[in-house]
Design a protein around this ligand. Structure first.
Ligand code: ADP
Ligand code: MG
Length: 279
């Protein structure tokens, strides 16, 4: 085991110069690195294999490599598998997590929020059209790129399947605020759960607050199950935005908007967003 580990890590180092740590997840460490041959900077996410519940699922990662070819999906270039680690060589994104930007800014103008939501829905559409559900959409998994940091890259898709569901939700998300009711109720769920999360993310962008929140998890779950949320009265949010969110934060997954319906919605495609700046 150890010999193999050294060999395979040597292979990684043969191709990449490992740089400083730039992030840490519950199951992984992310480092900056430089590809020796091209000089290109990348991010290498190293996952400890003891957290992977089923090695067969590693094949999913090969699928992810093919599916991830979309401007709003974080690119996965290469995978190095060792006995103790899985190293994912990823596109390096410099702008940080959307979560931090929301915290800094408080809330987004409708125009800015619409631009971000459009990119997320476009990425989700690409995944869904390829038969893949993300299952863990939240601002922590949305990385910001580009000069103004408003080019969005969806990260971590498909990964939630690799980890043990319950453990992953509890230890990794820590915050189940974005989770659809059918997921909480352990009903069989599919891609529609991603659109619920898009609705919650849209709400968070527009208000700077969660639609569902409570410090006690069982009360939070109850609120999600009963779709118990309102809009802050001090914010002037357009009817178009509220209409979109109401079709996403929709209890019945069959009635919930699909990505196609989202892309056709005036608030998402830009035809319905007021150009008037909020003051
Ligand atoms: P986990 O799978 O445990 O959620 P993440 O993939 O979210 O771990 O990575 C942990 C941290 O590393 C995050 O805070 C994220 O900002 C950062 N990170 C992950 N991937 C990249 C990347 N490609 N470029 C830059 N930072 C990244
Ligand atoms: Mg993550």
């Amino acid at each position: 085991g150890d010999e193999m580990e050294i060999d395979n890590n040597a292979l990684l180092r043969q191709h990449y110069i490992l740089g400083p740590e730039i992030g840490k997840g519950a199951f992984s460490v992310v480092r900056e690195a430089t590809h020796r041959e091209s000089g290109e900077k990348v991010a290498i996410k190293s996952i400890n294999t003891k957290f992977i519940k089923n090695k067969l699922l590693l094949r999913e990662i090969e699928i992810m490599k093919k599916v991830g070819d979309h401007p709003n999906i974080l690119k996965l270039y290469e995978v190095y598998e060792t006995t103790r680690h899985l190293h994912l060589v990823l596109e390096l994104v410099k702008g940080g997590e959307l979560f931090d930007k929301i915290v800094q800014r408080g809330e987004y103008s409708e125009q800015d929020a619409s631009k971000i939501v459009r990119q997320i829905v476009s990425a989700v559409g690409h995944l869904h059209a390829s038969g893949i559900a993300h299952r863990d959409l939240k601002p922590q998994n949305l990385l910001c790129s580009g000069q103004d940091g408003d080019d969005i890259r969806v990260a971590d898709f498909g990964l939630s399947k690799i980890f043990d569901g319950g453990e992953y939700l509890e230890t990794c998300c820590g915050s189940p605020e974005y989770v659809a009711p059918e997921v909480l109720e352990c009903k069989p769920y599919d891609k529609a759960c991603d659109l619920w999360s898009v609705g919650v993310i849209t709400y968070v962008l527009l208000t700077g607050c969660f639609p569902f929140w409570h410090q006690h998890l069982n009360i939070l779950y109850e609120k999600i199950r009963n779709v118990e949320y309102g809009w802050p009265e001090n914010l002037d949010i357009s009817e178009s935005a509220k209409d979109l969110v109401s079709h996403l934060i929709e209890k019945n997954p069959e009635k919930r908007y699909t990505y196609e319906q989202c892309l056709a919605h005036p608030w998402v495609n830009g035809t319905g967003v007021s150009m008037v700046k909020k003051i």
